[in-house]
Ligand binder design. Structure first.
Ligand code: NOJ
Ligand code: CA
Length: 569
């Protein structure tokens, strides 16, 4: 009797303190820490090289935490730094519970985590759920014999006829998705490289072993995970053939509709369970979710918001022109999807925004425009390292220089992802101050002008503009909490909106054209019949008037951000 009441007391104490922990991180609007945080993706090979072997490492990241905090970053997502043969530069994990020696040790991780915490920077790890490396002990066991204890941890099948794979599925990295294993005379399935066999998530032992991974890292202080390739966790048990579309891809294969090997409903059960583990740790789950439309995005949020807090919809990464109507359409859709919006312009798989949107003439101004844009929306932005200094893609020009295997296989149509993964440009000394060794990828020439040290000194630099926008985002209540209200919706040149909250608003005006514009705003319908506007931040733009109608003037790609309140009578 006594024992059970002690138990009840302990359980309620636990529930109470976990509820308290949750409450502590919510603001007056019920928002949680990750809704106000600015995330910053670090590709560890390329960020900062502490031991000068030409490859970035965790002590390198630790040495730059002060820079990140000053910039206004609240959380860093580090792409995989686990032990790995590095076929896919870390996305082929051979041990989930350790750090690859090229990046350091677990002690280095702990030091980084401690120092990050002291500075208020959270750490997000990458969780590669769909596949392991073929060098992972699980796969080594699995391929050792048909009766091996871990045989069923991966997807093994007989061919449909001698010498023929089980079906027509293609690897997204080229070739068949099935690899023949001559020892055990079966095929195994790999959505990505041959060296990345897919785990069999239908096996409960796999699920259990994989759920232990986040638990391990939560104990070390991690604040969440970016879930790699979640679309691909499950395959059709009947292995039905996919249909194909006309034409061929960069690898010379038919374009495939991945109906039977991506986005199967079963994956949502896994996400719901994983979310419970995350909630116990006040952690965030960010999904690499290649959603085609809003209804797919909503599925990833989950029926009751019980799956991913931050599915990345990547819609912005598909808009490769500065088109106000296109952006307006996408923001409206994401903003009303029912979950919390996530905005991303580039990452380690996607050409840098500087190149995708730059017009060759106003590139730096356009880089500032993008900052003024996605850092002022309602939602959480995920920055990509180097974006804040205007780093550009450095695409290889010769096949023999390419490091990313898909670039070698798909050349010249597919040049791979080396271009967006080049070393961070810290200063204008040799190798941009990234390393004194030979950098694993060449540093683009732009480092002479676009680097942290020079830009910190230049009040008009891209970096200083980012710093100002980020500071505003952190301090301005309307930018933190405000509703997104689109303005002048038929303007094809200027994208503008309010972030409105508690009787005040922030007005954001972005000239997405290469000609000067003079947009004006009647804000009576938004509750500002007698508006008073004060400039918060402007580049190549100014306020002309705020008597009744608000008038602004913007030079090509100019940005105006102002505070709107009601003028006294
Ligand atoms: C998505 C990652 O972002 C990419 O870099 C990787 O190659 C694939 N997943 C496979 O893990
Ligand atoms: Ca190194």
């Amino acid at each position: 009797m006594l024992k059970s009441s002690v138990l009840v007391f302990l359980v309620s104490l636990l529930c109470f303190s976990s509820a308290q922990a949750q409450q502590r991180t919510r603001d007056a609007e019920g928002h949680q820490w990750w809704q106000h945080a600015v995330f910053y993706e670090i590709y560890p090979r390329s960020f900062a090289d502490n031991n000068n072997d030409g490859i970035g490492d965790l002590p390198g990241i630790t040495s730059k935490l002060a820079y990140l905090r000053d910039l206004g970053v609240d959380a860093i997502w580090i792409t995989p730094c686990y032990p790995s043969p590095q076929v896919d530069f870390g996305y082929d994990v051979s041990d989930y519970d350790n750090i690859d020696p090229m990046y350091g040790t677990l002690a280095d991780f702990d030091r980084m985590e401690r120092q990050a915490k002291q500075r208020g920077v959270r750490i997000i790890m990458d969780f590669v759920m769909n596949h392991t490396s073929d060098q992972h002990p699980w796969f080594i066991n699995s391929r050792s014999s048909r009766t091996a204890p871990k045989r069923d941890w991966y997807v093994w099948r007989d061919g449909r006829a001698p010498g023929q794979p089980p079906n027509n599925w293609e690897s997204t990295f080229g070739g068949s998705a099935w690899q023949w294993d001559s020892k055990t005379r079966q095929f195994y399935y790999h959505f990505f490289y041959v060296q990345q066999p897919d785990l069999n998530w239908r096996n409960p032992e796999v699920e259990k072993a994989m759920f232990d991974v986040p638990r391990f890292w939560f104990k070390r202080g991690v604040a969440g995970f970016r879930l790699d390739a979640v679309d691909t966790l499950f395959e059709d048990p009947k292995l039905r053939d996919n249909s194909t579309l006309p034409g061929t891809n960069a690898f010379g294969l038919p374009n495939m509709v991945n109906k039977y090997n991506t986005k199967l409903p079963e994956l949502h059960d896994v996400l719901r369970q994983l979310r419970q583990v995350a909630d116990q740790n006040d952690a965030v789950l960010i999904g690499e979710t290649w959603t085609r439309d809003i209804s797919e995005l909503q599925q990833y949020y989950g029926g009751h918001g019980n799956e991913l807090q931050m599915p990345m919809d990547f819609l912005f990464t598909q808009v490769n022109k500065l088109s106000p109507p296109e952006f307006r359409k996408q923001i409206a859709a994401v903003d009303s999807a029912g979950g919390w919006p996530v905005y991303v312009f580039s990452n380690h798989d996607i050409r840098r925004a500087y190149n995708r949107y730059g017009d060759g003439q106003h590139n730096d101004q356009i880089a500032k425009l993008l900052a003024g844009f996605y850092l002022t929306l309602r939602g959480t932005p995920i920055m990509y390292y180097g974006e804040e200094i205007g780093m550009q893609n450095n695409d290889p020009t010769r096949r023999e220089d390419v490091k990313d295997p898909i670039g070698r296989r798909g050349w010249p149509k597919e040049k791979g992802r080396d271009g967006e993964r080049t070393p961070m440009q810290w200063n204008d000394t040799a190798n941009a101050g990234f390393t004194t060794g030979k950098p694993w990828l060449p540093v683009p020439d732009s480092y002479h002008t676009h680097n942290v040290a020079s830009e910190l000194k230049d009040p008009n630099s891209i970096l200083n503009f980012y710093r100002h926008v980020l500071a505003l985002r952190h301090t301005n209540l309307q930018l933190r909490e405000g509703r997104y209200v689109p303005l002048n919706e038929s303007d094809n040149n200027v994208l503008s909106y309010l972030r409105s909250y508690q009787g005040k608003a922030v007005l954001v005006v972005l000239n997405m054209s290469d000609s000067a514009q003079k947009p004006s705003f009647n804000l009576a319908a938004q509750g500002f019949a007698r508006p008073r506007v004060s400039t918060l931040l402007a580049t190549s733009a100014k306020l002309l008037s705020d008597s009744k109608t608000v008038q602004t003037e913007l030079q090509p790609f100019g940005v105006f951000i102002g505070e709107v309140s009601t003028a006294a009578k």
